[in-house]
Design a protein around this ligand. Structure first.
Ligand SMILES: *[C@@H]1O[C@H](CO)[C@@H](O)[C@H](O)[C@H]1NC(C)=O
Ligand SMILES: *[C@@H]1O[C@H](CO)[C@@H](O)[C@H](O)[C@H]1NC(C)=O
Ligand SMILES: *[C@@H]1O[C@H](CO)[C@@H](O)[C@H](O)[C@H]1NC(C)=O
Length: 299
């Protein structure tokens, strides 16, 4: 059963469709993101280059796309009245085109624009959606585009589309700290869990489908209570916005239970606990633990 699951997952990893990384919005075959921090046009273009493979300040090729960008700008809550887009006449003075090389076939200039004494194009995206030219070192918000991307995980890690993250199961930890440092040493963190879908995935990944209801034969996850004051947190720094405690947990038994395990294998003895969580001593040995890292994206 476990073997079949692995074969299925490794085949699936090779055939992922192109999608937008988290935080980016799909539009036709590209991804868009509105950045609210203010930068000069060139610095914004550099940021877009680095934010995703083949990223650029966005081109806009239709009124429909211009409206989509306005909606994203409004949703971003930006306070910038102007947002940089990829239009410029730096390649040919007086003739505006997109910096990624496409001709400017659609335009939505303000009255009296473009002013060809200025070389970079911004849009009043969160307001009228009209464009103007500005001096390129003005500080504006900006909008990046990138082609849709394919996620990939390091070798031996599994990509889970529902969370856009990579996971790997390791066997044998002498403590929660040992598990956490092994994850760090492999480029990840002990996994955080933020939804039922993610919790069930981690459960399925770690279960050996045998009734191993011994508390050492379960799975460390990244939750702990480092201050020992019932403030549970994730070691990867993500929001503590989801819990899946087993009935009666966390119970702080013996006053030393400050780390969290998932019951991967309580099986038929305690089906009510399967894949739920238990607070447990941090210095306990554990059969398995799950690390998580972000995929890399390629265009
Ligand atoms: C670019 O065009 C503008 C307007 O036509 C003109 O004022 C300016 O001198 C030109 N700049 C260069 C470097 O040719
Ligand atoms: C714990 O797991 C080990 C290895 O999978 C297994 O041999 C052992 O029987 C399990 N112990 C219990 C008490 O379930
Ligand atoms: C691991 O967690 C730290 C915060 O504790 C975070 O800064 C880092 O980005 C995380 N690494 C990964 C790969 O998620």
């Amino acid at each position: 059963m476990l073997k079949l699951l692995c074969i299925f997952l490794s085949v699936a990893t090779l055939s992922y469709a192109q999608i937008c990384p988290s935080g980016w919005s799909p539009f036709n075959s590209k991804c868009l993101i509105v950045k609210t921090e203010k930068k000069a046009w060139f610095t914004a273009e550099e940021y877009c280059n680095q934010a995703a493979p083949k990223g650029h300040l966005t081109s806009i090729s239709s009124a429909f796309e211009n409206a989509k960008i306005s909606a994203l700008a409004q949703a971003s809550g930006t306070s910038a009245s102007q947002l940089w887009i990829g239009g410029t006449d730096l390649m040919q003075n007086g003739s505006y085109s997109w910096f990624d090389g496409q001709p400017l076939l659609y335009a939505n200039w303000e009255q009296g624009q473009p002013d060809s004494s200025k070389h970079c194009v911004s849009s009043q995206a969160a307001g009228t959606g009209k464009w103007r030219t500005e001096v390129c070192n003005v500080q504006n918000g900006y909008i990046c585009e990138a082609p849709m991307q394919v996620p990939s995980c390091p070798a031996d890690w599994i990509y889970f589309p529902a969370t856009q993250a990579c996971y790997r199961v390791f066997m044998g930890a002498s403590s929660w700290n040992d598990a956490n440092s092994k994850c760090l040493g492999n480029g990840g963190n002990l996994t955080s869990v933020h939804s039922d879908v993610e919790n069930n995935f981690i459960g399925a990944l770690t279960s050996d489908y045998v009734d191993d209801d011994w508390y050492h034969n379960q799975t460390f996850i990244g939750m702990s209570d480092p201050q020992q004051n019932l403030q549970w947190s994730w070691s990867d720094g993500s929001a503590t916005n989801y819990f899946n405690w087993a009935p009666g947990e966390p119970n702080g038994q013996h006053g030393n239970e400050f780390c969290v395990e998932m019951y991967s294998d309580v099986g038929t003895n305690r089906p009510d606990m399967q894949y739920h969580w238990n607070d447990t001593p941090c210095d306990e040995t554990m059969r398995s633990f799950v690390c998580k890292c972000a995929p890399t994206w390629g265009a």
